[in-house]
Design a protein. Structure first.
Length: 318
């Protein structure tokens, strides 16, 4: 059965093709012809000229395309798995054809293959370094340290009613004074679409994130107190304080992605500093003096100052 490959898919396949060729198809195929699973639980999902395509090959391709995260599952029965398998097959066919045409012997292509090899190996070093250093205990330790050092402020929970004029606000204040429900009046009268239909509820917040007019009246307000009316952007507001409590620290799970990024950067930075200290690195970059009216290159093409370290490897956090 002949398959039609879309132009967009072909571009993705061609972009990834060189990353396969550099491995050396002749030697690589000799190893891949073994039916021994490269990873525990691996299953053959296809064969290309007798060479197995394993589930791990498909998952690795899905990770490379950003379809799933590292370590996330990919259901072999899913349409996504089938499409990714087709792309792995097509890429292998294209890579084999490139080798057959001896495209990999071109000096320019060999330089690109060498660069791809360096990127992959650099990523592997980063992965192994980070995997060994970022443990659950390290994550929890940094989280607890940050919670201890964070400045705890007070959170306020309040409701609001916003109307166009002071006269309307004064009238609502009288209704509240005679026993009217703040929540019901907010739903009936408030102009603030974001809070109106939940009874004016603003949730928990710290006063410093509010506009100055709110912060001023809420600073010393007590729980249960109704404040205002006072002028706000777009009208006049009445606010009822529902609760005050110490600010709740961010949970470990919410903080985990940021902590992992920080630890990753920290480990890679230390590794690069060590490697640079052991290596002889010479750069021959020059800076061009500014000339009034001279067109500037894009930021990505601007030569870096000579006194800044160069040679950042792919896989290093930004």
């Amino acid at each position: 059965m002949t398959q039609v490959v879309s132009p967009h898919r072909s571009l993705r396949l061609l972009a990834g093709m060189l990353a396969v060729v550099w491995l050396g198809l002749a030697g690589c195929q000799g190893r891949e012809r073994s039916d021994s699973p490269p990873e525990a639980g691996d299953v053959v999902v296809a064969r290309v000229n007798g060479v197995p395509v394993w589930t791990s090959d498909v998952k690795r391709e899905a990770v490379a395309q950003g379809l799933i995260g590292e370590g996330e599952p990919l259901d072999p029965a899913s349409e996504q798995f089938r499409r990714t398998t087709d792309e792995v097959i097509d890429r292998r066919l294209l890579a084999a054809e490139a080798s057959k045409r001896k495209l990999d012997r071109d000096p320019a292509v060999q330089r690109r293959l060498a660069a791809a090899r360096e990127r992959i190996l650099a990523d592997l070093v980063v992965d192994t370094t980070v995997t060994g250093a970022i443990s659950e205990s390290a994550i929890r330790s940094l989280y607890q340290e940050q919670v201890r050092l964070s400045r705890q402020t007070e959170e306020i929970r309040a409701r609001q009613i916003v109307v166009a004029t002071q006269a309307e606000a004064d009238a609502i204040r009288k209704l509240l004074g005679s026993g009217g429900s703040f929540e019901a009046l907010a739903m009936e009268r408030s102009l603030d679409a974001a809070t109106r239909f939940n009874g004016g509820d603003l949730g928990y917040f710290t006063a410093d994130i509010m506009p100055d007019s709110y912060e001023a009246v809420l600073k010393s307000a007590k729980t249960g107190q109704t404040l205002g009316p006072f002028p706000v952007e777009g009208g006049w507001a009445l606010v009822k304080v529902e609760d005050r409590r110490p600010e709740q620290p961010i949970t470990l799970e919410a903080a985990r992605p940021q902590i992992v990024r920080f630890l990753t950067y920290d480990q890679v930075r230390d590794l690069l500093e060590k490697l640079r200290g052991q290596a002889k690195v010479q750069t021959f970059l020059t800076t061009t003096p500014d000339v009034p009216g001279q067109p500037r290159e894009p930021a990505s093409g601007t030569p870096a100052p000579q006194d800044k370290p160069q040679g950042k490897t792919e896989g290093t956090p930004p």
